[in-house]
Every structure is written in C-alpha cells, then in structure tokens.
Design a protein around this ligand. Structure first.
Ligand code: AMP
Length: 421
C-alpha cells in the first residue's frame, strides 16, 4: 500500500545542515559575549503549566488569547508549549531562590518558542529566541548595559539595527493614562479597525501597537504616555537615557512603543532592522518589576530582552555568514582497501589531535575524491596509494596554494599545528 508522504506542520520547519553554520555562529557568539558580561545560562522546560503564561503574560494579550499551544497532558493537567521564556526564568528564580540575600542574577537562555500566529514572512509557529534577564536590580544602568550587550552582539554579526525606547509607566501612573486613552478612544471609535475597537474596551494600550494602515493617523493623535509619567518613572527614564548617551548608544524615543506583553513597566525597547519587511523587530524587551509577585513570588525586579534568531539569521550579511562556515582541515583520499585502512588510522590520529578530518567510505576515483574535497573546502588533501603505504610518506596537497609536498604523518601534524596558530 502506498503511504501518504508526511511533512512538517505549517509554521514549523527543519533547519538543515546547509544552513546550520549561521545558527551556530549566532549561538556561539551570543554565549561567548554574554558570558563576558557576567551572564550564566539557564535552561527551563519547554512545557510549563498553562497558568504560568496566563498570569505572567496577561489574559488579554494576543499570545494568551489566541496563540498558545495548550493541551491537557495524560494526567489531565493543562500544559502549554512555552510562547516565551521570561515567565519561566522568573518562575525558576522564585522556585530556586536565585536572588536570595539580595543577589543580582544575570541569566541567559536560548531555545524554541511556540506561538500559533498567522503565517507571514519572518513569522513562524516554532521559532527560536536568545534572551537575557537581569533579576534583582531596578537600576537604570542595568538597562543600558543589557542593551549595549545586545547591540554588541548584532555588531559582531555585521547587522545594522536601530534602537527605539519608551517608558510605559508603572502601577502608579499607567492606570490613569490608560483611562485617559480609553476616554479618548471612546469619543469616536469609528475610524479604528475592529480589533482596536475591541481593545479600546479591554486593553486600550494595545491600540498603540496596531499595525493596520488606516488606524495609524488616528493613533498618532492619541495622548502620549510620556506626557503622563509620574515623577519617579520620568526620572528613571531620564537616567536610563543618560546611561545610553554615556555609552554612545544612538536611540530614538517612540512614545507609541508598548510591546505585546502586559508585564512591562517603565523601560521598554525594541531593536528594528531594515531588510526584514513588515516583521522588522529583531529583539524586544523591557522592565518587568511586578512579574514575580504575579507568579506568587517575592518582589524581584527584572529587566531583559528576547532576540528572534530566525530573523537574525536572515539578515546576517553574506560575507559574515560565509566566514562562519567551517572547513575541514584534511581530506584523506585513498585508492584500494589497504590504503583505506591506513586512511582510517591517519584520520583517527588527526581527529585525536583535534583536527577536522574527512574520510569517505566507498572512495571512488582519485579525481572524484578531489572533487569532493574541493566542494567541502578542505584545506589539505592527503593522498594514499600503494607506494605511499610502504614509504609512509604521503603527498599532501594544500588546496589554497595548489602545491603538493610529500610528508610523513608527523610532518603533516606539525604543519597543521602551525597553520592553526
Ligand atoms: P517577543 O517575545 O514577542 O517580545 O518577541 C521578541 C522577538 O522574537 C521578536 O522581536 C522577533 O524577532 C522574535 N519573534 C517573536 N515572534 C516570532 C515568530 N512568530 N516568528 C519568528 N520570530 C518571532
């Protein structure tokens, strides 16, 4: 019986070996850089109790309202594939007392997130984020330092991006502003889209990040949160900006920036990049001082961001991406079974010494093996035939210089070592 061909679920995909070099480049660069800034990796479960996100992200957000992969597990408990990781990191901090004794913890994570979003270029239902969170400090200098680190990562990857910032106020000043916004919206809802009309009632702040074209001129006329901050939030925002200026980080204040998650207070920011089309946000983040309490924990200040890796790999310039593609040190070409066995021995030794060595099974003609070596970009090809077996000296072809020299295995090793330094 002919079987139906199975394929990935829409919005998910395979990341193939052909494209993995860019992913590794992003992940390794981030890990290396973040550790220099004093961040430690944390890995939290992909599956979490649904309530973590319902409470942590906010019931009237698009994520919780319509995008979560939620189901009952076999024991009847409602679980969700994480749509983001900040709530999980804060849960972990509470569960393991990570900030006990007033400790400041700098944590980063990387991994897949799941949101059942409308399909669009740059939007996936399983996508990957790298994020960093600082727990235990409400200092605005932390915010500029975290942003500096994120921008340094993008710079290392050759990506040009813009920083936009805003303050979304806090529990003291935001409610009055939201009420003001609601009143203003309710005065005349007719020019707004259906979603905005609903949001005017349920969550007026969300109107500000509506993307519908016809809503834009009307949103521009709405009151701005920056004109309604309390003295503490205004002072925090001014200090944050002064630290950005100290670090020579260019930025733009965008009063409409509110972000899609309810837990943000005070500083919110986004990193946007040209070349991404409508989904131009590469990263977003902000301060979430109340989140721990919402999750049943003690007060723990927090500030962090999440960076979309899928989008990032799309904008890494060609030459940076190419540089990251690793090349084998040695390709071992052989003719005949005895030479193959010697080849295995040589490959074993080279690998043991830390070199990347390719030995194919099945061999083929010398010409076809050379073609393969070329395709893989191998730096050297060792050729083993009957004569070489007896002499224990092998022609080694340096592919970039197209020169060939007879060498013993020890001579080859010392050449590889000196090439490496
Ligand atoms: P958020 O967690 O919504 O603040 O998103 C942070 C970043 O994750 C965004 O700026 C995007 O780069 C990325 N991101 C969010 N949702 C998706 C998605 N569905 N597909 C791909 N990337 C996404």
């Amino acid at each position: 019986m002919e079987q139906k061909l199975l394929a990935t679920i829409p919005g998910t995909r395979d990341i193939l070996p052909e494209e993995i070099a860019r992913w590794h480049l992003v992940e390794r660069t981030a890990q290396d850089l973040f550790e220099r800034y004093g961040f430690e990796e944390i890995r939290t479960p992909i599956l979490e109790p649904t309530e973590l996100f319902a409470r942590g992200i906010g019931a009237d957000t698009d994520i919780v309202g319509k995008e979560m992969y939620t189901f009952d597990d076999p024991s009847g408990r409602s679980v969700t594939l994480r749509p983001e990781a900040t709530a999980s990191v804060v849960r972990a901090a509470i569960e393991h007392y990570l900030t006990r004794g007033g400790a400041i913890r700098k944590l980063y994570y990387l991994g897949p997130m799941f949101r059942h979003e409308k399909k669009q270029k740059g939007r996936w239902r399983q996508f990957y984020q790298i994020g960093a969170e600082v727990l235990g400090s409400d200092h605005p200098a932390i915010e500029s330092e975290v942003i500096e680190m994120l921008l340094a990562l993008l710079a290392r990857l050759g990506i040009e991006a813009r920083l936009v910032v805003n303050s979304v106020g806090d529990a003291r000043c935001r409610p009055a502003y939201v009420e003001r916004l609601r009143q203003e919206l309710l005065r005349d809802l007719s020019p707004f889209c259906e979603d905005c009309r609903r949001r005017a009632q349920t969550n007026p702040l969300r109107v500000l990040d509506c993307k519908v074209e016809s809503c834009q001129p009307h949103i521009e006329r709405l009151p701005k949160i920056s004109d309604h901050l309390c003295a503490e939030c205004a002072d925090h925002f001014a200090r944050f900006q002064s630290y950005l200026r100290d670090a020579a980080i260019p930025y733009e204040v965008v009063p409409r920036l509110v972000r899609g998650l309810d837990y943000y207070v005070r500083t919110a920011f986004e990193i946007v990049s040209g070349g991404l089309g409508a989904q131009n946000a590469l990263a977003g983040g902000g301060r979430y001082d109340g989140l721990s309490e919402v999750l049943g924990g003690p007060p723990i200040s927090g500030f962090g961001f999440a960076l979309g890796v899928d989008r990032l790999v799309m904008v890494i310039p060609e030459e940076v991406g190419r540089r990251s593609e690793p090349k084998p040190d040695v390709f071992v070409a052989y003719l005949g079974e005895a030479a193959f066995r010697r080849g295995q021995e040589i490959a074993r030794r080279l690998r043991h010494e830390g070199f990347w060595c390719i030995l194919t099974f099945g061999g083929g003609s010398l010409k076809s093996q050379m073609r393969q070596a070329n395709k893989l970009g191998a730096r050297n090809v060792v050729i083993i035939g009957d004569d070489e077996l007896a002499r224990e000296r092998y022609p080694v072809k340096r592919m970039d210089a197209a020169v060939q020299t007879d060498m013993s295995l020890e001579e080859l090793l010392s050449q590889l070592r000196s090439d490496r330094t």
